[in-house]
Design a protein around this ligand. Structure first.
Ligand SMILES: NC(=O)c1ccc[n+]([C@@H]2O[C@H](COP(=O)([O-])OP(=O)(O)OC[C@H]3O[C@@H](n4cnc5c(N)ncnc54)[C@H](O)[C@@H]3O)[C@@H](O)[C@H]2O)c1
Ligand SMILES: [Zn+2]
Ligand SMILES: [Zn+2]
Length: 345
């Protein structure tokens, strides 16, 4: 089969790769119909993710059709249309029993990391019964790729951990696909203010269309002052960090209101300063989370019913043969205005 293979920092190519085969009783083989590229794939290509070693097929998002199942799989059969979760869950270990699939002892984020991923014609999915989701007949399958990772990430790590509430104020730092997913799903709770902050004017324009009440271009001046003036001098009740660099986590500490929450979503590669000399008396909560994808069944219903329309995040479409161009387009988002690039094998 054809697959996008990581060959070490800065190196990737579309290669002829052995077809995946059933290895465990609980495995399924899925023929990919739609996949996409995540910011985390770019982190891997920079060499930031040492667990991902050369020779690995990248990708942890996708939808497809079941091709074959192991003898232990009860809930899926060949021909079933499925959504692939970026997080693999055994449903049995201590962590899974607590709903923390991200830390599953034989799963978690393994796809396109420690086992071959979805940017290929076929993929092997371990623990298929509890890591795949049936797609209802008639659903627009391309948009469902957004449910593999970005929607549950924005919702669980940002909105739920950030305790977004009716009438509250929310500031989201970073208007990439993850920040925009948090913006879309925060609206389930009717906050009064949804303030989006980014360097990129185009992404802020998108944020306005997606329901932001205010946008702040962070290169333009004092973001903290702007947020305070929008919130009666208090700051935001929920501050979501959706970038993953020290400057933006530090900015979040300037934006949070007394009693508020800083919900970190960004993947951080270096240490960040925590200003306890100021925050110790502000009754704030700081949360961190690797997405668990426990809310995927709920989010799937909101997408299928049309309450949430993630298709609007798709800006470009490519064939698997053109995946090189897809990486170039996604990797230069400021110039290409890319949000999510859809790849169809
Ligand atoms: N916690 C999790 O489980 C999880 C899961 C998936 C992704 N992530 C992480 O979430 C983060 C966001 O993902 P994404 O795909 O949206 O990334 P992205 O790179 O597409 O978006 C980041 C945005 O931040 C903006 N930005 C950069 N520096 C800024 C600054 N100083 N001030 C304001 N804005 C700034 C960029 O212009 C960009 O629009 C990444 O770190 C990603 O690795 C975390
Ligand atoms: Zn991802
Ligand atoms: Zn488990």
């Amino acid at each position: 089969m054809k697959a996008l293979v990581y060959h070490g920092p800065g190196q990737r190519s579309l290669d002829e790769h052995p077809d995946p085969v059933i290895q465990e009783l609980g495995d399924a083989i899925v023929r990919i119909t739609h996949t996409t590229i995540c910011g985390t794939d770019l982190h891997i290509l920079k060499g930031d993710v040492p667990t991902c070693t050369p020779g690995r097929v990248l990708g942890h998002e996708g939808v497809g059709v079941v091709e074959a199942v192991g003898s232990g799989v009860a809930g899926f059969k060949p021909g079933d249309h499925v959504l692939i979760s970026c997080i693999t869950s055994c449903a049995r270990c201590d962590y899974c029993r607590r709903g923390m699939y991200s830390h599953c002892e034989t799963g978690g984020w393994i796809l396109g990391n420690v086992i071959d991923g979805t940017q290929a014609q076929y993929v092997r999915i371990p623990h298929a019964d509890t890591s795949l989701y049936h797609i209802p007949a008639g659903a627009a399958e391309d948009a469902l790729v957004m449910l593999s990772d970005i929607l549950p990430t924005g919702f669980e790590c940002g909105v739920l951990n950030g305790r977004v509430a009716p009438g509250g104020s929310v500031a989201i730092v970073g208007a990439g696909p993850i920040g925009l997913a948090a913006l879309l799903t925060a609206q389930f709770y009717s906050p009064a203010q949804l303030i989006m902050i980014d360097l990129d004017a185009n992404r802020l324009e998108v944020a306005k269309r997606f329901g932001a009440t205010h946008v702040i271009q962070s290169s333009a001046g004092n973001v903290a002052e702007a947020v305070r003036s929008l919130t009666g001098g208090k700051g935001a009740d929920t501050v979501i960090e959706a970038v993953g660099v020290p400057a933006t986590f530090e900015l979040c500490q300037d934006l949070v209101a007394p009693g508020g929450v800083i919900a970190n979503v960004g993947v951080h590669g270096v240490k960040v300063d925590l200003h306890l000399e100021r925050l110790w008396s502000h009754n704030v909560t700081i949360t961190t989370r690797l997405v668990d994808t426990v809310t995927t069944p709920m989010l799937l219903k909101t997408v299928v019913s049309g309450k949430l329309t993630p298709a609007s995040l798709i800006t470009h479409r490519f064939r698997l043969d053109e995946i090189d161009q897809a990486y170039e387009t996604f990797g230069h988002a400021a110039q290409t205005h890319a949000l999510k690039v859809l790849i169809e094998p």
